[in-house]
Design a protein around this ligand. Structure first.
Ligand SMILES: Cc1cc2nc3c(=O)[nH]c(=O)nc-3n(C[C@H](O)[C@H](O)[C@H](O)COP(=O)(O)OP(=O)(O)OC[C@H]3O[C@@H](n4cnc5c(N)ncnc54)[C@H](O)[C@@H]3O)c2cc1C
Length: 484
């Protein structure tokens, strides 16, 4: 049986951040993830914004962790070679009462410690955000807002955690948790975790299971919160619109969300969304005409020229909400259990700060933390042809001809990038897409999918019929094509 000091349940951005942080210490750590790859839960479908900390109540945990997370994310991105672009955000107001609300948001942000907040007027906006509606009266400018690729961040955190000794178990669904009576084993394991891949033991259990954190907590004996999914539909625009805005654009926030945004993304394509609607089903990732209409009518108040013909893709994500704030707590009633739940937005931003809070809770509750003599802090930056100048591409092709073998023409992704992605852990077509952008362009993989299937089969030794889009049950080629 696998036995660990700590088991982290959930391989999203929160679980991988926690695993990487704890991998600095002399501990045996296991991470259990039910999907075939990391970051296939909420962490794959969000806006990729590293929020500055505005729009959070001053006494909230999420506000505090967001401000701290914004600083930490920059540092970790540098260490792991993840691109972080500090683009800044503008919360836009259209009338006097809106301007008053901006003053309130500024004061609230400053109390939380958000740096460099400034109210800018319509003249500033005309100069610095020329496509913004001329009806805009002013905005709250938060220059420290940034953008990253959320899934690449989680993959690179996971990869670095594994390099530092964390054992990652994929396709390992936690199905039951038994509490081991005290003193019944010499090593004082408190939990026996039954999964689809056998049993695991742990002294400490960290529940970072996103939408399913309430169910995991209940298995361990704590049944006092419920996760209510709040759906957000988002629409991606063509890369030609990359410079439509120079900042992230927000309307005034509503009671339940930050509103519908115009989003710059780290790979270039702007995005519009998300909606915010409570749903029952934790698997409901459908998009709707109603969502599209809501998003278009909302964003056109800020950028009137947005054209629906420029939408090339859409998706929905589910915020794992439980009330209005995050839950990060050591459960005294079940010693050894830490619940990390209700991590709705800004959970991507806050993840590194959540990891530090979990470390401190473990220390406070009896875990001895001894630093490893050598911790692999850095990771070599992944090469993306779409992000390097042509002169650099030429050098790369001279070094390895596979950089010149372009597999995805829409996004300029080479065979070398695809095989590198597979070597680093991609097992599915979506895993390749999130890591490299192959299939993420206008043709949605029309040109490259067959080639990608072949490369994945060759590199992994699998048959093409066994290659999936996102794990078991999503095979691409019909099983009766035995000849491939
Ligand atoms: C539309 C939308 C936009 C957003 N935009 C932003 C943004 O711009 N900035 C920001 O800061 N935040 C944003 N967020 C919030 C952010 O995406 C989440 O807070 C964050 O991704 C949560 O990460 P997580 O690791 O807790 O959850 P997840 O990524 O869902 O990870 C949990 C993992 O647990 C696994 N799991 C579940 N049950 C089990 C089980 N029984 N056994 C094993 N594994 C299990 C799941 O498969 C999953 O991989 C947004 C969210 C949405 C939905």
């Amino acid at each position: 049986m696998n036995a660990y000091d700590i088991i982290v349940i959930g391989g999203g951005v929160v679980g991988t951040s926690i695993a990487r942080e704890l991998s600095r210490y002399k501990l045996r750590i296991g991470l259990l993830e039910k999907e075939e790859e990391l970051a296939f839960g909420v962490s794959k479908s969000n806006s990729g914004i590293i929020h500055p900390g505005t729009q959070n109540p001053t006494d909230s945990l999420k506000g505090k962790l967001c401000v701290q997370g914004n600083k930490l994310t920059r540092k970790i991105c540098k260490e792991l070679g993840v691109v972080f672009k500090e683009v800044g955000e503008l919360i836009v107001a259209f009338d006097d009462s809106g301007m008053e609300e901006l003053m309130r948001l500024k004061k609230e942000g400053e109390e939380l410690g958000v740096p460099k907040l400034e109210i800018v007027d319509s003249a500033w906006l005309k100069k610095n955000e020329p496509n913004l509606s001329d009806k805009a009266a002013g905005a709250l400018y938060a220059p420290t807002a940034g953008i990253i690729s959320p899934y690449r961040f989680a993959y690179d955190l996971g990869e670095n955690a594994a390099k530092n000794g964390v054992e990652i178990h994929l396709l390992t669904e936690v199905q039951n948790i038994n509490l081991i009576p005290e003193n019944s084993t010499a090593e004082k394991y408190r939990f026996e975790v039954s999964t689809s891949k056998g049993s695991f033991r742990a002294r400490y259990l960290i529940n970072a299971a996103g939408l399913f954190a309430d169910e995991i907590s209940k298995m361990a004996g704590i049944d006092n919160f419920k996760i209510t999914p709040r759906k957000g539909e988002e629409f991606l625009l063509d890369k030609n619109d990359e410079h439509m805005t120079d900042h992230l654009l927000f309307p005034l926030p509503t009671k339940t969300s930050k509103g519908v945004l115009v989003i710059k993304t780290s790979d270039g394509n702007p995005m519009i969304g998300p909606t915010a609607k409570e749903v029952e089903d934790k698997e409901d990732l459908s998009t709707t005409d109603e969502g599209l209409e809501k998003v278009l009518s909302s964003v056109r108040k800020m950028i009137p020229t947005i054209n629906s013909n420029d939408i090339i893709a859409y998706f929905a994500g589910l915020r794992p909400a439980s009330g209005h704030d995050f839950i990060v707590r050591y459960e005294d009633k079940v010693p050894g259990l830490i619940n990390v739940a209700g991590i709705q937005s800004p959970g991507l931003t806050a993840a590194p700060a959540i990891a530090l809070m979990v470390r401190d809770l473990l220390k406070k509750n009896g875990l001895t933390l001894r630093r490893k003599i050598f911790f692999h802090r850095h990771r070599r930056k992944t090469v993306h042809l779409f992000a390097v100048p042509l002169s650099e591409t030429e050098k790369l092709v001279k070094k390895d001809a596979a950089y010149g073998d372009i597999v995805c023409r829409c996004e300029m992704v080479s065979a070398k990038e695809v095989t590198d992605a597979i070597a680093r852990g991609a097992k599915t077509l979506d895993g390749i897409k999130f890591r490299t952008r192959a299939q993420a362009g206008r043709c949605h993989g029309g040109f490259c999918t067959t080639r990608l299937l072949r490369i994945l089969a060759d590199e992994t030794g699998k048959k093409v019929i066994d290659i999936t889009k996102r794990g078991p049950g999503s095979e691409i080629v019909k099983k009766d094509r035995r000849d491939v």
